[in-house]
Design a protein around this ligand. Structure first.
Ligand SMILES: O=c1ccn([C@H]2C[C@H](O)[C@@H](CO)O2)c(=O)[nH]1
Ligand SMILES: [Zn+2]
Length: 129
């Protein structure tokens, strides 16, 4: 799907998801939202744990929602912090997103829209197995 992405709407969906974050330890709520190639929007929020290392990034919930809702390919992605400011996904989550969106996945950042291939060059993906 190559239709123009409504980034403002996607960012708002990420903000709404962020409001549901469970981040009592870091006090750094994150919300993520992505457009799927069938037109769906999927979201996620970070969910931390008293065993700190078990915390889940917002992107984990988003990928779970993608598959729970029928699967598909991620086309455009954005995530925000507690102030609603755009956030760069962490390294682990870039790998996670690459699996489900590939190098063409569009990512909205403070510096503008970039592709996943720019954020994760020479990525290790399913085709390398
Ligand atoms: O891409 C990211 C980066 C961080 N976090 C979460 C993890 C942790 O709960 C909190 C602080 O790192 O932010 C995400 O959800 N996504
Ligand atoms: Zn992450």
């Amino acid at each position: 799907m190559t239709a123009a992405v409504d980034w403002a709407r996607l960012r708002e969906a990420a903000r709404e998801a962020m409001a549901h974050a469970y981040a009592p330890y870091s006090k750094f709520p994150v919300g993520a939202a992505a457009l799927v190639d069938d037109g769906r929007t999927v979201t996620g929020c970070n969910v931390e744990n008293a065993s700190y290392g078990l915390g889940l990034c917002a992107e984990c919930g988003l990928v779970s929602a993608l598959h729970a809702g029928g699967g598909g390919r991620l086309v455009a992605f954005t995530c925000v912090d507690g102030a609603g400011e755009l956030l760069m996904p962490c390294g682990r989550c870039r790998q996670l997103l690459f699996e489900h969106g590939g190098p063409e996945l569009l990512v909205q950042l403070p510096s503008g829209v970039r592709t996943m291939s720019e954020l994760l060059p020479d990525a290790f993906g399913p085709e390398r197995l």
